[in-house]
Design a protein around this ligand. Structure first.
Ligand code: GTP
Ligand code: MG
Length: 148
């Protein structure tokens, strides 16, 4: 089953949005298979955001994501990568629709509350960057007859 990497950024953690965001993914029917509160090092941040290295805001990006704890998660389900992105909303909170996480909670493009993998390749890369295999749990949920 498909997996994605989602991360509540330092603004979301500081604003007490962990529970609210986890609830949305649980209610949707996805399965949580790994989660941890963590402080990202500069080197992990630079690897994670490697594709943006040449962008003018790269320094700001690394500084912000390392500025306080983040809540890293792996969620599983059919098309969870694409659906997760839809639930997050557009990158810029000004464009994100109400009802999406960034539409409801995001303030600026830099402080947009949540990160989510954008493709199967980035999901695999990011999951391996943030989690060891033994931190991911394989299990069956009681409601799997109804959802996945
Ligand atoms: P992520 O899920 O966080 O990767 O967001 P995304 O895939 O919707 O956007 P993208 O990968 O293009 O950019 C990564 C992050 O860089 C965004 O979530 C923003 O927080 C930040 N970002 C993008 N553009 C800008 C910008 O112009 N200025 C600043 N300060 N940050 C930006
Ligand atoms: Mg991205």
């Amino acid at each position: 089953m498909e997996k994605t990497f989602l991360m509540i950024k330092p603004d979301g953690v500081q604003r007490n949005l962990i529970g609210n965001i986890v609830e949305k993914f649980e209610a949707k029917g996805f399965k949580l298979v790994g989660a941890k509160l963590m402080q990202i090092s500069d080197s992990l941040a630079e690897k994670h955001y490697g594709e943006h290295k040449e962008r003018p805001f790269f320094g700001e990006l690394v500084e912000f994501i390392t500025s306080g704890p983040v809540f890293a998660m792996v969620w599983e389900g059919e098309d969870v990568i694409k659906t997760g992105r839809t639930m997050m909303g557009e990158t810029d909170p000004k464009e994100a629709l109400p009802g999406t996480i960034r539409g409801d909670f995001g303030l600026t493009i830099g402080k947009n509350v949540i990160h989510g993998s954008d493709s199967p390749e980035s999901a695999e890369r990011e999951i391996n960057l943030f989690f060891n295999q033994d931190e991911l749990v394989t299990y069956t949920k009681q409601d799997s007859t109804w959802i996945y």
